[in-house]
Design a protein around this ligand. Structure first.
Ligand SMILES: [Zn+2]
Length: 94
């Protein structure tokens, strides 16, 4: 049941024994399983989506904080509606 396998390092071309799908070369510290470009892009896009949220600073006045919170909620509802429409389109036949 042991899924130990050999992975060749891209950096120093040495073989490494590893059990998981992430790790570094024992010989040179090189990343054994470099992330694919698509993975990095989707991660970046997700991070950018989160960055859309308005940051509430602790030194904002109560009114500013309330306005920002409302804006965040409106944005969240808007995104929910958009994804619901996208889902409807995806589920519709044809
Ligand atoms: Zn190496």
């Amino acid at each position: 049941m042991n899924s130990r396998r050999q992975v060749r390092c891209n950096g120093c071309k040495q073989w490494n024994f590893t059990e998981d799908t992430q790790g570094q070369c024992l010989h040179c510290g090189n990343e054994l399983f470099p992330k694919s470009k698509a993975d990095e892009e989707s991660l970046l896009r997700r991070q950018q989506a989160w960055n859309l949220n308005i940051v509430i600073h602790p030194d904002d006045s109560l009114l500013v904080r309330m306005v920002k919170k409302v804006a965040n909620v409106v944005q969240l509802v808007f995104l929910a509606i958009i994804s619901f429409i996208m889902w409807l389109i995806a589920m519709s036949p044809g």
